[in-house]
Design a protein around this ligand. Structure first.
Ligand code: CU
Length: 464
């Protein structure tokens, strides 16, 4: 098969067109074609042409797998570091840096023992490098600029080449001005499948992967603030926020693997509803079966990766999310006072004397926010934007849905819609009589009254 046929064959079934640059007549001595993706949709699993592969290919949530070409038995990839525009949610686009058209970059997917050659072209306005996190490789291929290599200058192309010695779950990211480059979204996933699946690294029916990442994009702006150290407001799976994050789809009874890497500045306890899973591997390798224990939440620290597996044996729509509740919300201001339990009587009028547009919310919690259609600044998304079959879903950010269905084809990854619970299996409203509640005796204190401070008066403690 000629190379054009090879690439096109490999791209069959990929949702969201992947554009292949025009193939030149140059020999394999030249650079591999640049393949890039124009959108943030989830591509289907990528299979290399007609070859039979000893693995179930991964599906990268809101991402894709980079096609390679075989050159004398070496798998050749071409990564292009470049500025991109990422649609994190419908109507919310962010100026980022990434690889081959998107942030994160494409997933690199190979087999244990493969010889891999990666061409990296730098189209950024500053030098970069690529570190292959977790891999066994020659020291000069490790990608720490200054330590292992000269940085890849603007407009230059470097070549990395090594054997994918160890099967497992890895990632890649720059080690050059990384506070800027990672805050701008430069990162990607790497999966090395075992040559032979066994108990330690088992064959699965579905294999999903994504990176946890976070950005600070002020409402109304389009570019992340790269100086933010902790106070991020956009919490993502693969540079995407719910409800734009694809669901994880599984057929009833499937063995499902989910690989997650954390490239944010804080830990994320990732929680799956309705099923118990085991951590079957980390970026350090597979966990021996005897050393695994059941979990429903696994904490993923900064720079770590976790590979979890479970049998999808409960049909339904199951939430899967970071368990830090502020990470399942969209953009929100952080300087907001807690108003729960506060007596607002007479307060609004007094505040409106100072701030004419002031409105009160939050004295009953913030549930009402979900239904509030407030005008938003351009280019942002509401705090909690997902809507389910029974109303607003009180979550956004690092949240998606595991959809387990009985009637699903093995290669079907499309969204099957909302689950319809069988009769008498759903929480319902009690319509009978309520007994008189026994209440604790509370002291007869009035609710605290709020006092009004003039806004903008933050200069009282400066001592001058
Ligand atoms: Cu989190």
């Amino acid at each position: 098969m000629d190379r054009r046929g090879f690439f096109q064959k490999g791209l069959v079934g990929v949702a969201g067109a992947v554009s292949v640059a025009t193939l030149s007549k140059s020999a394999l001595a030249g650079l591999p074609e640049i393949v890039s993706k124009p959108d943030a949709r989830t591509a289907g699993p990528w299979l290399p042409g007609d070859e039979a592969v000893p693995y179930q290919p991964v599906v990268t949530l809101n991402g894709w797998t980079l096609p390679y070409r075989l050159n004398n038995g070496v798998k050749e990839f071409h990564l292009v570091a470049e500025p991109v525009v990422r649609e994190m949610a419908p109507g919310f686009s962010v100026n980022m840096w990434g690889y081959n058209g998107q942030s994160p970059g494409p997933t690199i997917e190979v087999v244990e023992g493969d010889r891999v050659r990666l061409f990296v072209t730098n189209r950024l306005p500053e030098p970069t490098s690529v570190h292959w996190h977790g891999q066994r490789l020659p020291n000069g291929m490790d990608g720490v600029s200054g330590l292992n290599q000269r940085p890849i200058g603007v407009g230059k192309t470097f070549v990395y080449e090594f054997d994918a010695k160890r099967a497992g779950t890895f990632m890649y990211h720059p080690h050059a001005d990384e506070t800027t480059q990672m805050a701008m979204g430069m990162m990607g996933f790497w999966v090395t499948h075992p040559k032979v699946a066994d108990q330690t690294f088992s064959k699965v029916d579905r294999d999903y992967c994504f990176l946890l990442n976070a950005f600070d994009v002020e409402p109304g702006s389009k570019t992340p603030n790269i100086n933010t150290m902790l106070d991020f407001n956009i919490w993502c799976f693969n540079s995407t926020v719910y409800p734009a994050i694809s669901p994880l789809v599984a057929k009833l009874g499937d063995r499902v693997r989910v690989r997650v890497g954390n490239l944010t500045m804080t830990n994320h306890p990732v929680h799956v509803h309705g099923h118990e899973f085991e951590v079957t591997g980390t970026d350090g390798g597979p966990v021996p079966p005897g050393a695994r224990w059941p979990e429903v939440t696994t904490d993923i620290a900064v720079g770590q990766m976790r590979q979890i597996e479970f049998i999808a044996d409960e049909p339904g729509d199951w939430a899967m999310h970071c368990h830090k509740s502020h990470h399942t919300m969209g953009a929100m201001g952080h300087g907001v006072s807690t108003l729960i339990g506060l007596n607002h009587e007479g307060l609004v009028g007094r505040i409106q004397n100072l701030v004419p547009d002031y409105m009160v919310m939050g004295e009953r919690g913030m549930y009402d926010m979900k239904e509030m259609q407030m005008p938003l600044p351009l280019n942002t998304f509401p705090m909690m934007a997902g809507t389910g079959p029974y109303g607003p879903i009180g979550m956004g950010g690092m949240f998606t849905v595991l959809k387990v269905r009985e009637d699903l084809k093995a290669d079907d990854y499309s969204d099957p819609g909302w689950y319809k619970q069988p009769p008498h299996t759903q929480a319902y409203e009690w319509k009978g009589q309520l007994p008189e509640a026994t209440r604790a005796q509370m002291p007869d204190a009035p609710a605290p009254l709020a006092s009004v401070k003039k806004p903008g008066g933050g200069h009282t403690n400066h001592g001058h």
